[in-house]
Design a binder for this molecule. Sequence first.
Ligand SMILES: CC(C)(COP(=O)(O)OP(=O)(O)OC[C@H]1O[C@@H](n2cnc3c(N)ncnc32)[C@H](O)[C@@H]1OP(=O)(O)O)[C@@H](O)C(=O)NCCC(=O)NCCS
Length: 171
Amino acid sequence: MTPIHHIRPTDSDYSTRLVAPLRLINLIWPLPEPRDIEKWRLRGTHHFVIYSEAEPLAHAGIFVREVFTARGTIPVGALGGVCVHPDYRGRGWGRDVAQAAFDFLPQLGVEVSLFQTPVPDFYARLGARLVSNRFHNGSNPADPFMDVYKMILPASFDWPEGDIDINGPGY
Ligand SMILES: CC(C)(COP(=O)(O)OP(=O)(O)OC[C@H]1O[C@@H](n2cnc3c(N)ncnc32)[C@H](O)[C@@H]1OP(=O)(O)O)[C@@H](O)C(=O)NCCC(=O)NCCS
């Protein structure tokens, strides 16, 4: 398998190592303003990256978020930024970086990942399932996620029904 590099929030050179993956992320999801790498580090974000030469071609990020549900607080693996360079799709690299992030759930101390996605079938192949809760952020009733589909992994996790406060902005 193509090697997957792990960038940890505790790495002393975290910000430097994130510069290159940021190029890929900005290519896939352009933003008018620069992204705040320090915010990712403070969230405790781990990054899984596939490179060719020095250029990142696939990326997945994950951090822990405590969400508030009808059954109490659940810490989730907040997966985001899963992307592959458009010229390098269809080689299994998207699956590999997403799987690396999911494999890291035990080390994060959580049993389940919660994430949004425009490509639910891609994640269903990895063992995720759709959930249909209403999501909000604190007192703001608007859905903090951009994508219509929300999923959890593993599908077997006993996920609660009802409203869920994701306790922060969408990711
Ligand atoms: C979605 C994305 C990460 C997939 O990356 P990829 O490297 O092309 O996917 P892989 O080659 O690893 O595909 C793994 C499997 O998923 C399938 N798959 C890939 N993209 C899919 C999609 N959009 N919908 C359903 N299945 C998909 C593949 O056919 C393959 O199936 P197989 O195991 O039966 O052969 C990539 O298309 C991408 O970067 N898209 C833009 C950003 C995005 O939407 N990211 C998701 C954010 S949650």
